[in-house]
Design a protein around this ligand. Sequence first.
Ligand code: ATP
Ligand code: ZN
Length: 628
Amino acid sequence: MATVAGRDRYARQSLGGNLHARIKQARVLMVGAGGIGCELLKNLVLTGFGDIHIVDLDTIDLSNLNRQFLFRNEHIKKSKALVAKDSAGRFNPNVKIEPYHDNIKDPKFNVAWFKTFEIVFNALDNLDARRHVNKMCLAADVPLIESGTTGFNGQVQVIRKGKSQCYDCTPKEAPKSFPVCTIRSTPSQPLHCIVWAKSYLFTEIFGTSEDEAPELDYKKDSDNAEELSNLRKEAQALKRIRESMGSADFPRLVFEKVFKEDIDRLRSMEDMWKSRKPPVALDFDRLSTEALGVGTATARKDQVEWSPAENFVVFVDSLQRLSTRLEETRANVDTGNSPPILTFDKDDEDTLDFVAASANLRSIVFDIERRSKFDIKQMAGNIIPAIATTNAMTASICVLQAFKVMREELSKAKMVFLAPNGTERRLMTESLAPPNPECPVCSVAQAVVEVDLKRATLNHLVEDLRAQLGYGEEFSINKDANILYDPDEDINLSKTFSELGLEDDTFLTIIDESEMDKKVNLVLSIAAKELQEQPVHLLEKVTVPTAPKKAAAPETNGHNGHAHPATNGTTMTVVTNGNKPLKRTADDAGLEDELVKKKGKVAAKPNEDSGPIEIEDSGDGAIIIDDD
Ligand SMILES: Nc1ncnc2c1ncn2[C@@H]1O[C@H](COP(=O)(O)OP(=O)(O)OP(=O)(O)O)[C@@H](O)[C@H]1O
Ligand SMILES: [Zn+2]
């Protein structure tokens, strides 16, 4: 093994004296110490980066250990950032590593702090955090190396303010959802039953009630108003049953409600079953008799499909386990607090058993194939298998691209894509595209606006934009993807910045919507300040230039028909069954034709004829269910 001194000499020889010296002094930031982060940190340390800061909000989970090699069994539940520092620090004691067990969105990581870095690396797994770092790096004018992987797909992008596309220059895929009727009334695939078990049944019994659950978003003006109102009543009846939790009769009550009464009601709606096979209710007593010889150890057989009786046993057993847990939690909570709840976690056996058995029982009702617990874990957790080698390759490309940035050779930097085995090329590159002039994030004009958050209303800002910057009637004020104001959306005008949750270092994008002499987008960053007179004060006199005539939309990542590259939480789609080299193919794992998405990781097979069967990422891994 090379000694530290030896390694340093080799690094200098291969990188050249100048770059090597620069790297030693470089202060760099790595956001995320998960799959890509562990690989990247190792690379940074071994390359000799002198001052590395790591931010990760999470603790280590058992399921991370197979690929996040800086972590071992004894580190479970400890901070990723701190353990990563300790483990990687040993590779090169001359490197200074500063860990932060924190969310990168924490206000203490402000623009001034970002400015202290020479380069920032994203090794994240969700859109929201990526967008945030993108914005901060643009505001601080620091180069960002953005990366992501999904299964065998990977991507590295070099983002340099004003010179290359930013993360938001290409539109990211709009959130997608399941129609609630597919989930609640007419499931046709195992995934529909799994979503029902996880997002409806589990939540109704052990979580927050449906009305408050974000994933069940009922629109009042739906075509199916009557059925939706029935579904609502059904949910309320289930909620009442929840009150008998702990009683010996509880499993029967729940079972008969969801696998018999609700099914009988559905079946009675004849129109629904004209072109579909009607569901068949289950019989509690018959299954109890069938289940006489079946033990609760069935739950440990996670690779096989359980029989109806086995599913029944696991259903009853896990329902009891979870009820006991909830009762115990309740007993330990002071009265007056909001009632305790349980949340689904794919790594929590009790919750997984319950979701697996309930989903399979529902599949039996609708004559849909059943799935093994292992498969259901993948689907319910929306997991695309993370592959260590993809992460390793991606992380190494990040460092190679960083060298180009540090050598000030941006023209040589590339957007790099890794594609699955079997595609024409495993590694594809593109030159960096120039910023999209229509990008709502990196568009040209930027200004700081001082705001007295408690006094200033959005209307103050609107008036200032008109009076001082020459905006007409037609413009909008946006925060991320949310429209705070436009000529048709004026309900926020009288609200103060505080009421709107706009704080120090928040960015607002002003988009000119006028037909003539349209201005480029203006990004305003808010500086909170108590002001004596006007509650809003534009710091500098900015001139917002007129936008060029509509430029052609920037190239997306089409790649001349190559497989679409995918990254965690970005827009790109992956044909899941194309991932043949997987030990278990997506098909084997039951991923089928559906989109499978984990905390923003996307793997999607374009929909064929099966309607909108898509899973949505709401930022916390929840599946959003929509009306049809
Ligand atoms: N807002 C954030 N601030 C700081 N760290 C974040 C933030 N969002 C995500 N991360 C971190 O980014 C890392 C992404 O790593 P990765 O994609 O390997 O996910 P993981 O949670 O480690 O593994 P998996 O989810 O696949 O089981 C995680 O360690 C996660 O904690
Ligand atoms: Zn942009």
